[in-house]
Write a protein that binds this ligand. Structure first.
Ligand SMILES: [Zn+2]
Length: 385
């Protein structure tokens, strides 16, 4: 969790969405880029300060994007407050947006974004996607030595898939901030340094991650699936690396980080399952649990009370059944299914992790096809197409 290799924004499928709660290392890089609130008239060269009702945004990516993200966070703040009303005066929240990953890392960041409890600020870098709108080209294409000569129709389909894969497998900065903004709010709300159970803290962050704008653009709605998490979780089911519902409730942070990709996915799914449940008592469970914690500052007790009348074993089976009913969206799998052995991972110019996942998907698709025809899975001859 601490040392992430490669561009973190592209970790989404196999790696966990690297959304850290912990404060990063010492701040370094440009000494003028200081932690905390700034005097708006004295921003370092290349930076602008945008002030909205509750946020001070320090932006290295210009005023327009800074304002867009500030307004997004204001909208999210309304959602957090709807769930957990906060009566005290809100402090000014700081958001720092670096232009690129290098600047962010020099400042001490390790992923795409983090909430720094000590400096009380959200810090991130621009991945190129904000609220589903991407201003960078597709990150995957056919390499020059692929040997594939696609027809015109195939060419068009490939372009479509490469765009969809990039959109799906790159972290949307606004969504990352929906997650991190939750940590910032939650910590003000509970006014506590008592460690919160990771399934709840991270799971709720991921629940907010999928918030989508309403069609009239006036607000947000919750409850969309987190397809990256769902893909990870379904694979973890196959590999038997998940734990029971009850066990995840008991996890310490260290347990959670020990197989972060899988447990983040499981935590998200449990929160989503509860928050979107058709049973109103289950939908109320998390808000009640958090309110109870705010009073008692004792999560173990609050959890025992919240789940009091529930059989955790039956919750476990209901949750698994729900996960298995969902259909994870995966354009990379579509590529494997439609083109099969004609395109292999080494034919693609793409981030290494995407290629690793593509190889897995090719194998899965090959096995599924073999099962359907009743023949044993056949490996393509080396170099053959
Ligand atoms: Zn987080």
């Amino acid at each position: 969790m601490r040392a992430l290799a490669g561009p973190a924004a592209q970790l989404a499928p196999a790696g966990f969405l690297a959304l850290l709660l912990a404060a990063p290392g010492a701040h370094a890089g440009d000494p003028q880029v200081r932690p905390g609130e700034w005097n708006p008239d004295k921003a370092p060269p290349g930076w602008v300060v945008v002030q909205t009702r509750n946020y001070q945004v320090q932006s290295e990516v210009g005023e327009a994007k800074g304002r867009l993200l500030a307004e997004h966070l204001e909208g999210m703040l309304d959602l957090y407050r709807e769930l957990l009303p906060f009566t005290k005066r809100m402090p000014t929240f700081v958001l720092k947006i670096f232009e690129d990953e290098a600047g962010y890392r020099a400042y001490g960041g390790e992923a795409v974004a983090h909430y720094d409890k000590a400096a009380k600020e959200l810090v991130c870098w621009d991945t190129g996607i904000v609220l589903g709108v991407r201003d960078v080209p597709a990150s995957v294409r056919l390499g020059p030595d692929s040997g594939l000569t696609p027809s015109e129709a195939e060419r068009a389909r490939l372009d479509q898939l490469f765009e969809a894969i990039t959109d799906d497998y790159t972290m949307d900065l606004a969504r990352v901030l929906s997650h991190e903004g939750w940590h910032q709010y939650f910590h003000y709300y509970t006014v506590s340094w008592v460690a919160m159970p990771s399934w709840l803290d991270e799971g709720m962050g991921d629940y907010f991650f999928t918030a989508e704008r309403t069609e009239d653009g006036q607000g947000y709605h919750l409850g969309a699936l987190n397809h990256g998490r769902l893909r990870t979780l379904r694979r973890a089911f196959e590999e038997g690396t998940t734990v029971s519902f009850a066990r995840l409730l008991d996890f310490e942070q260290g347990d959670y980080y020990s197989n972060a990709s899988v447990y983040y996915a499981q935590g998200w799914s449990m929160v989503h399952f509860l928050m979107q449940n058709e049973d109103p008592a289950l939908r109320q469970l998390i808000p009640k649990l958090i309110a109870d914690f705010k009073r008692s500052k004792n999560f173990r007790e609050a959890t025992a009370k919240a789940f009091d009348r529930r059989s955790l074993d039956s919750l476990d089976s209901e949750w698994i059944a729900w996960v298995l009913r969902q259909e994870p969206r995966d354009p990379l799998r579509e590529l494997a299914r439609e083109f099969g052995e004609r395109i292999r991972a080494e034919d693609l110019v793409a981030p290494e992790r995407w290629k690793e996942r593509y190889t897995l998907l090719l194998e899965e698709e090959r096995a599924a096809a073999a099962k359907a025809t009743g023949k044993p899975p056949e490996r393509a001859p080396p170099g053959g197409r």
